[in-house]
Design a protein around this ligand. Structure first.
Ligand SMILES: [Zn+2]
Length: 288
């Protein structure tokens, strides 16, 4: 799946899509609450009210750099062979993510930049891959951009048993290899691509703004996990580090986005994945 925004192209590379079983992340999203939100079907919920969610990377191709332009991977999913994850089905994966990436025309060596919107387990996995018994950078020629505040937070928190593994196998190896650039939450990557702060889900969380030839797109990261939070901005994710700030961020972003023709590309939105935010009574919806 591809989108064009002026001179920029964005390609979705899916690692995993699931229907149901996401209630742990959005406890208020019961079947009874989801069913009446008709626009969620069929892309984002099924006819029983179960949420559909996706874990995917987004590859941005922008002008500049070498003959292929700039190639930026936004968020690197769960990764293969990882262990010590709290969610049982996220351990010891053996999924064809790299084959899909290659089939879409992106070799590992051709990636210039990797950007993690934040350092949660499902956004850093393919930063590294297992070679022999060592975690090595998956994208050897890339600079890995991580938020300065975000990195400091997780480095300090990585004594926590649930974070220990993630930091150790997916963040530390690329940092030790000298490939990490710590950036501010409003960092500009190219003329067309910049970060904007959308904190609350984590302390240094960012979204990615793409502007080219008068067109605009936004890659959300996890300030929204699922489109049901467009209808219910007050629904917080169980994974939010500061739920109140997360809600304020969501309300501010939805208000801003609903007034402008911005293509919103959801980091965990399944199916069509992208659309435009419009006002819908006293709340919002997404038109795909
Ligand atoms: Zn996530």
């Amino acid at each position: 799946m591809k989108w064009r925004v002026g001179d920029v192209t964005i390609t979705k590379i899916v690692e995993m899509e699931v229907t149901g079983g996401s209630r742990f992340i959005l406890p208020q999203a019961t079947y009874e609450e989801i069913l009446p939100i008709k626009w969620l079907q069929p892309h984002f919920a099924d006819e029983r009210g179960r949420l559909k969610m996706s874990i995917h990377a987004l590859v941005i191709e922008a002008p500049g750099g070498g003959k292929n332009g700039q190639r930026i991977v936004v968020d690197t999913c769960l990764g293969n062979d990882k262990t010590g994850r709290r969610i049982p089905t996220w351990n010891n994966l053996n999924l064809p993510f790299l084959a899909y990436l290659e089939a879409a025309g992106f070799s590992r060596e051709s990636i210039d930049t990797v950007l993690c919107t934040h350092l949660h387990v499902d956004h850093v996995g393919w930063n590294t891959m297992l070679v022999g018994d060592k975690w090595v950078p998956t994208f050897p020629k890339a600079r890995y951009l991580m938020g300065r505040v975000e990195f400091a937070h997780w480095r300090a928190a990585h004594e926590r048993p649930d974070m220990q593994a993630v930091f150790a196998d997916s963040v530390k190896p690329v940092h030790d290899a000298g490939l990490v650039d710590l950036v501010e939450t409003d960092h500009r990557i190219t003329n067309e691509i910049s970060l904007i702060p959308t904190v609350g889900h984590t302390p240094g969380h960012v979204s990615v703004l793409i502007k080219s030839k008068g067109e605009e797109a936004l890659i959300t990261g996890d300030f929204m996990h699922h489109p049901c939070q467009i209808a219910h901005p007050e629904w917080c994710s169980a994974a939010d580090s500061d739920p109140e700030m997360g809600q304020r961020t969501r309300e501010r972003m939805l208000e801003e986005l609903s007034g402008r023709p911005v293509l919103v590309i959801g980091t965990h939105f399944a199916g069509a994945t992208a659309g435009r935010i419009v006002k819908d009574g006293d709340t919002y919806r997404m038109d795909v």
